[in-house]
Unconditional design. Structure first.
Lengths: 174, 189
């Protein structure tokens, strides 16, 4: 029970801190989960990656983390605590905005938050890269997928599944 | 009297809760590989005209400024605009339900196979691929920012505080938000 409350508090905090979207809280999530719930960096990155294959908002993988830590109940607690606080916040912010209308300060806040969230996303990339790139094969796979997503029209979910298969084949053949 | 007129004018345009739910459910089910915002725009502006392009852009801007996932926030705001609290709940549930079921199925598979050597090899490749995808997404979202000196400086310092100095996220936000807002204050040159 205390673990569920702990999970709820951790993910509510992450929800409110997720300025600029879910990717911005990846490094913080990774650190908190390692320190407080013994989720290893490899496990975290694997679960994150599995989540990228699923449709819908890209952070639904937090459900799997909840499931790993505390079963179905853990998954439900994480679903509520990660999506509810920020949604309630946004709900009231939306109503306030309609009430106050456009203000020059709103533009300033948005301009300021954009580069901050990109910096946080870059930290997310760094955290995922540290745990997922450790030899020539994984480096080539990451670069290949970067190229495919930026330069081709192949669906990113297929790119990721493909790199899983290529990784397997490369290991069996080399 | 005026409240009656309000409800009549809302009813002319507003979809039923079920319709909101099923339309967002479709997006939640087909958006493999991301790009949800684009699907939401197609639904809300092009397909149903529930929002005009200006309203959509305003909601997108709030979604990006507020904490939380942009696609979920957009569902909350559009749902509230169309049908109030219940609309926000219907749209959001529809959006996250299909992916939640999908991801839980994968999660159960993962929990029972994570230590299988073959599964491990596939997961290794998948993680490397996801890393490339995440890099691409970050690069794309930052598109307009890489050429602005102020923005690049904020990006670099934020990254440094988070990944090199290893400060916690609340501290990083407490340091960077005031600096960023000062740099981008109204009427700053």
């Amino acid at each position: 029970m205390s673990q569920l409350i702990h999970l709820a508090m951790t993910f509510s905090l992450l929800s409110i801190l997720a300025v600029g979207g879910g990717t911005a809280v990846l490094p913080e999530m990774q650190t908190l989960l390692a320190q407080q719930f013994n989720v290893s960096h490899t496990q975290f990155v694997q679960i994150y990656s599995i989540g990228q294959v699923a449709p819908g908002p890209n952070m639904l993988m937090v459900l799997v983390i909840g499931f790993q830590i505390a079963g179905m109940l853990g998954a439900s607690v994480v679903l509520l605590s990660f999506f509810l606080p920020s949604s309630i916040f946004c709900f009231y912010a939306g109503r306030l905005w309609m009430y106050f209308g456009e203000s020059p300060w709103r533009r300033s806040i948005q301009n300021a938050l954009e580069p901050i969230s990109i910096g946080l996303m870059a930290s997310g990339v760094y955290a995922v890269a540290k745990a997922s790139i450790f030899d020539v094969t994984t480096l080539i796979l990451a670069l290949l997928s970067l190229y495919c997503v930026l330069k081709t029209k192949i669906n990113p979910a297929l790119v990721i599944l493909g790199s899983g298969l290529i990784g397997l084949l490369a290991h069996q053949l080399l | 009297m005026s409240s009656m007129q309000d409800s009549v004018s809302v009813d002319l345009k507003a979809p039923s809760l079920l319709k909101l739910f099923t339309n967002f459910f479709q997006i939640g089910a087909i958006s493999f590989g991301g790009g949800i915002i684009a699907y939401e725009r197609i639904l809300l502006v092009d397909k149903t005209q529930w929002l005009d392009p200006d309203e959509f852009m305003a909601f997108l801007a709030i979604s990006q400024t507020m904490p939380g996932l942009n696609s979920v926030n957009l569902a909350v705001l559009a749902g509230d605009h169309l049908r109030g609290v219940l609309g926000a709940i219907s749209a959001t549930l529809g959006l996250i339900l299909p992916g939640s079921i999908f991801v839980m199925a994968l999660g159960v598979l993962y929990a029972s196979n994570a230590n299988h050597p073959l599964a491990n090899l596939i997961l290794m490749g998948i993680a490397a691929g996801a890393c490339g995808l995440l890099t691409a997404i970050t690069y794309r979202i930052g598109d307009g920012q890489w050429k602005k000196l102020k923005s690049v400086a904020i990006i670099a310092v934020t990254f440094g505080l988070m990944s090199i100095a290893k400060l916690s996220l609340p501290i990083v936000l407490l340091i960077m938000a005031p600096i960023g807002i000062y740099l981008y204050r109204p009427n700053a040159s």
